[in-house]
Design a protein around this ligand. Structure first.
Ligand code: ADP
Length: 431
């Protein structure tokens, strides 16, 4: 019960006045009523000054010492708390939005209808050379490429152009303009250098495969046409059939190599069940034997192989590596050339080295030799019969076995191809 409450105060004064009339002490009771009014006034003043003090910083819970103002203070406090919570949530959302937009690799720039920059994210700096200090400038005064002007002048909803990045060398950007209903525009810049490179690799690949398939197919068609001529004696016909073998074999090895390469590229690690314990010396001796039966030239192949040097590898893949390197050495060495193959332990690794005294390779070609269909002298060497995929296969097999091919070469002097493999230690073999 509070003295400052109007009902309590009025009731108290009424009781005092009634008592004064009833007992005939009217004067005393009137004085008492005035005193009660004065005390009530003082208390109300005190409560209101407490309310004002709290009201200057209404973040703390109000106290009951504010008397009749306490319920209003409590309600104010709850409203303020709710609005603070809402503001905090909005600020959190804005921070998350800013952090997210700053962490995306694409640049975005918000432009008003006059193409004045209103906001940029972090990626706009490396890609377009724009920073926060450019807010307020017209974009075309900063990014001056004519394609940007053209893009901004187009009326359609979604437009795309490509320009070289003004901020990063050798980087190609795709710019997209999105018109927003509010009259604003969003310019998005994306680095498409890698995408363009992959697209052009794909185009080259399709062109190369078509070209490689076309030559043996043309030869096959030529023979088939001659075989269908009338008045052909049996011997000529048999001769044509025999000649069909070479282009057909070439087609088969191309398709085989392409399939193998696709399989290798699609899985970076071999499956555990495909790995076997391989004795390198045995495998190399077998490969050299096979290659010698195929070769038409008279080469000397010198083997220096350490026995019982075991590795954990996919047998047919390693066979393909040795076969490609040995047949290349034969293919690119003159008749009677000598080839030296070593397989030995080098510290904790098994090392393979193949040296030939062949045509050699100029330094500028070496980094590109393991690209699919890359040939040093495309026209001259296609006649030598390779598919252009051998070293790409070698690279991928070695990568799957956590190794890589090293190539050293001097034009006219010969080449050396080498790589290391992890040795399988005796303990692992017995397990
Ligand atoms: P290809 O089927 O044409 O031999 P590869 O991928 O095996 O394809 O080799 C790519 C190119 O590398 C060859 O066309 C050739 O120019 C060069 N090359 C490979 N091995 C040798 C070597 N031992 N000596 C000289 N050049 C080589």
């Amino acid at each position: 019960m509070r003295l400052t409450s109007p009902i309590v105060l009025l009731s108290a004064i009424a009781v005092l006045l009634f008592a004064g009339w009833f007992f005939g002490i009217w004067n005393w009771m009137a004085a008492a009523a005035v005193a009660v009014l004065a005390v009530a006034y003082l208390v109300a003043h005190l409560e209101s000054s407490r309310f004002q003090t709290w009201g200057r910083r209404p973040l703390q819970e109000p106290t009951r010492t504010m008397g009749t103002l306490f319920p209003s203070a409590k309600e104010m406090h709850a409203t303020i708390q709710r609005s603070r919570d809402r503001n905090r949530r909005l600020a959190d959302l804005a921070r998350k939005y800013r952090d997210t937009s700053n962490s995306i690799p694409d640049a975005w720039i918000v432009l008003n209808q006059d193409m004045v920059i209103e906001a940029v994210n972090h990626a706009a700096t490396p890609l377009l050379g724009l920073t926060q200090s450019d807010v307020g400038s017209v974009i075309t005064t900063l990014v001056r490429h004519p394609e940007v002007k053209r893009l901004l002048s187009l009326d359609d909803d979604l437009n795309i152009v490509e320009i070289p990045s003004p901020g990063a060398d050798e980087t190609q950007l795709e710019l997209r303009l999105i018109r927003i209903d509010s009259g604003q525009n969003m310019l998005i810049a994306r680095d498409v250098t890698e995408l363009n490179r992959l697209l052009s690799m794909r185009q080259d690949f399709v062109a190369n495969v078509s070209h490689e398939l076309r030559s043996p197919l043309t030869v096959l068609i030529g023979y088939i046409e001659s075989a269908s001529a009338d008045s052909l004696d049996l011997e000529t016909l048999m001769d044509i059939v025999r000649r069909l073998d070479a282009p057909a074999q070439r087609l088969k090895s191309l398709v085989d190599d392409l399939l193998l390469l696709t399989r290798l590229e699609s899985s970076p690690e071999p499956e555990e069940e495909d790995l076997a314990v391989i004795d390198g010396a045995n495998l190399i001796t077998g490969v050299v034997g096979e290659a010698e039966t195929l070769k038409k030239k008279n080469h000397t192949i010198r083997l220096e192989l350490q026995e019982n040097l075991l590795v954990h590898a996919v047998g047919n893949e390693l066979h393909s590596v040795f076969m490609n390197l040995v047949t290349n050495a034969i293919r690119y060495s003159p008749n009677g050339g000598s080839i030296h193959i070593r397989w030995y332990r080098d510290a904790n690794l098994a090392r393979f080295e193949l040296s030939d005294e062949g045509v050699g390779i100029a330094a500028e070609h070496i980094p590109r030799l393991t690209e699919r269909f890359y040939r040093v002298d495309a026209n001259g060497l296609r006649a030598k019969g390779g598919t252009g995929l051998g070293l790409a296969i070698v690279k991928h097999v070695l990568r799957r076995h956590r190794s890589q091919l090293d190539i050293e070469s001097r034009p006219g002097r010969g080449s050396k191809f080498s790589f290391n493999l992890e040795i399988l230690n005796e303990r692992e073999v017995t397990i």
